[in-house]
Design a protein around this ligand. Sequence first.
Ligand SMILES: Nc1ncnc2c1ncn2[C@@H]1O[C@H](COP(=O)(O)OP(=O)(O)OP(=O)(O)O)[C@@H](O)[C@H]1O
Length: 247
Amino acid sequence: MEIIKVNNLNVSYGNKLILKNLSMPFIKNKITAIIGPSGCGKSTFLTTLNLMLEEYDGKYNGEILFKDKDIKAYDKDEIRKMIGMVFQKPTPFPLSIYKNMTYAPIYYGVRDKQELRNLVESNLKKVGLFEEVSNELNMSAMKLSGGQQQRLSIARALTVEPEVLLLDEPCSALDIKNTAIIEEMLLELSKEYTIIIVTHNLSQAKRISDYVAFVLDGELIEYGHTNEVFYNPQDKRTKEYLDGIYG
Ligand SMILES: Nc1ncnc2c1ncn2[C@@H]1O[C@H](COP(=O)(O)OP(=O)(O)OP(=O)(O)O)[C@@H](O)[C@H]1O
């Protein structure tokens, strides 16, 4: 099932056109990787999908359907709740681990202490962090390691029970061990969530994604099943990128 469908999307900042006539689906409970050289518009694409683009003064035309309904027809808060985002650098708030985890649910109206506790525990468990921090929930999140902070950022995005998770190069600041932990976790999370990940790491895309979209200079050059794109690319430019010709 296509949980998100993008039709003829054009995105610009001022007069600068960044994404050009891009159309593609995102399949529910699958991992889609967006790959392409630096500056081709991958992050812009992610921010468009949950209406964050306007916070960066960008504009789009074309259509983005979330569950067959135009995202503009939803309330902005509602879309950002259903389509959560995790950034490249871990973004813990300078608050306790517990407060990081309850911040968004409280914003969205959860008040019951037990319900909040359950949200904290179940989501920290999903990212494998609960065991590590269960005795230190009142400790500042800033004291966690980089890998732990990134897992906390993912757990925090899950506290509002999104359906889609957008991840913008979530492992680029992490070492191999923490990257492996996050990759394994994303594979597990994809049973429950739809995952869209921007990555520079082609091996990572190959390891974890079901579908790949290759973007070059704001154009979608190729989209398909990961193995097909990697082992039998249809477009010469995809092959060149995979061979390491572009940066
Ligand atoms: N808020 C903004 N205002 C104006 N231009 C912007 C803004 N954000 C990004 N851009 C420009 O849009 C283009 C695409 O940027 P974007 O960050 O989407 O690319 P990217 O593929 O994610 O790059 P990278 O892989 O380096 O993160 C770049 O030329 C960038 O300079």
